[in-house]
Design a protein around this ligand. Structure first.
Ligand code: PGA
Length: 225
């Protein structure tokens, strides 16, 4: 089981340091933290793998506001999220840029959590399977890559997918791509065991509930039950 905490644009270095001082993780779970860029150097070297929230496809160049895999590796960062729905919705990320970011990160030696998921209107229009097929087709096959299924309507909304919806989407993704699939979207200590108990759910990508060390650890414990 992989339990990854996506902090989004929360926690600078001082708060990151406090979080790590308080964090008490159970053994037997592969926990990962994804802090914002300025907090990465504080988070590495503390006994928990650290991933960035994005990575560029070039090794270096005139790409203001971007960072490369080599820069992350130099900090001790082990991997990166790619294609999170907030990147797709607000920052113009496309299936093509997701593919390029994944390929560069993997070639450079980073691990990748590549994110897919349908919006509410796509689900209502019956397009979920088509959207997932299109998004998954852009994701390279690699042993250091896992996919996170995050239905956009369940992110930060408190609306969790039912375990049946999660299971169905995960099963489809696994037919298309032979990899582990994490579920993301309003995962909390209260619903984690049920979601993580589904046969095709191999872990969780947790946003809001990963910001508190107690609730992040509780989700990690639920993964063991
Ligand atoms: P959430 O976010 O757990 O706050 O819904 C999940 C994510 O965006 O990765």
């Amino acid at each position: 089981m992989v339990i990854a905490g996506n902090w989004k644009m929360f926690k600078g270095p001082a708060e990151t340091d406090r979080f790590l001082d308080e964090l008490d993780l159970p053994s037997g779970v592969e926990a990962v933290l994804c802090p914002p860029f300025p907090s990465l150097a504080t988070a590495t070297g503390r006994g928990i793998p650290v991933f960035a929230q994005n990575v560029h496809w070039a090794a270096e160049g005139a790409f203001t506001g971007e960072v490369s895999a080599g820069m992350l590796l130099e900090l001790g960062v082990e991997g990166a999220l790619v294609g999170h729905s907030e990147r797709r919705q607000h920052f113009g990320e496309t299936d093509d840029t997701v593919r390029r970011r994944c390929e560069h990160a993997l070639e450079a030696g980073l691990r990748v959590i590549a994110c897919v998921g349908e919006t509410e209107s796509e689900r209502e229009a019956g397009e979920t399977a088509d959207v997932l097929r299109r998004q998954v087709a852009a994701i390279p096959r690699h042993e250091a890559l896992v996919i996170a299924y995050e239905p956009v309507w369940a992110i930060g909304t408190g609306k969790t997918a039912t375990s049946e919806i999660a299971q169905e989407a995960h099963a489809l993704i696994k037919e298309l791509h032979d990899t582990r699939v994490l579920y993301g979207g309003s995962v909390k200590p209260e619903n984690a065991a049920e979601l993580l108990g589904q046969p095709a759910v191999d872990g969780a990508l947790v946003g809001g509930a990963s910001l508190d060390p107690g609730s992040f650890a509780a989700i990690c414990r639920a993964a063991l039950s």
